[in-house]
Write a protein that binds this ligand. Sequence first.
Ligand SMILES: Nc1ncnc2c1ncn2[C@@H]1O[C@H](COP(=O)(O)OP(=O)(O)OP(=O)(O)O)[C@@H](O)[C@H]1O
Length: 262
Amino acid sequence: MNHMPSGVEPDSTAASAPEPRLRVDQLTVRFGGLTALEAVSFEVGRGEVVALIGPNGAGKTTVFNAVCGLVRRAAGGIRIDGATAPNRPTGLVGRGVARTLQGLGLFDSLTVLENVLVPLQAQRGGGGAGRTADAEDTASGCLAQLGLAHLAAVPVAALPYPERKRVALARALVTDPDLLLLDEPAGGLGEEDIEALGAAVREVAASGCSVLLVEHHVDFVMGVADRIVVLDFGRVIACGTPDEVRADPRVEEAYLGIEPAA
Ligand SMILES: Nc1ncnc2c1ncn2[C@@H]1O[C@H](COP(=O)(O)OP(=O)(O)OP(=O)(O)O)[C@@H](O)[C@H]1O
């Protein structure tokens, strides 16, 4: 925690009131002639869990990519802890941001422990130089927290999918992020694993880390999120608590394909 932003310009006009962890302000992203996001605004507070939902192609992953500086913003701003996030994907760990990927992105030939050490090694100088006893303690502690300690020496390729997903979560958490981005964390998991995932996410949030997640599993989202932002065709069509969003007829129409009652 308490990451000092690096590679960002703190705004001299920043007020003394605490900034939200993440502020997305009037964000517009275009891919050629396609407007993937149009003036999208929302915030994630400290220790808050916010879910981004919406139909396929609504722009959810593009929001993540914009927060990480992976896509160019046509307009609008992104601020992390009050500092303007640069339009490039470097220095994320230094700014306290960690992300999981839909495709997991693990190194199959490495062991579970080695995978979780990767971000620490990158953070502490890269290569073998980063593999210190201290880093191994941190990685082992993170594995234990997610019930993976007994798998530390197992190559990731030998693990079933739910365990691989937990390794990906451990790898994101090992740098002790302030803002955790989870891309479809419940995808491909059974009910028991989804329940454990929900508990892990709430525990992360209780420690003060803010969580922004993209997810199609509506029951999981309703159970874990403090607030939900609903996207459709690149625009925010609803934002509120799970109960507020569930009761919103525009959400039913856009997301569940149900026509609102006349
Ligand atoms: N690199 C890209 N080049 C061109 N178009 C893109 C690119 N990335 C995304 N898009 C388009 O932008 C729109 C938003 O895509 P995005 O992947 O953000 O949606 P999504 O809500 O995450 O969808 P899904 O739920 O299917 O993952 C889509 O029309 C998609 O085809």
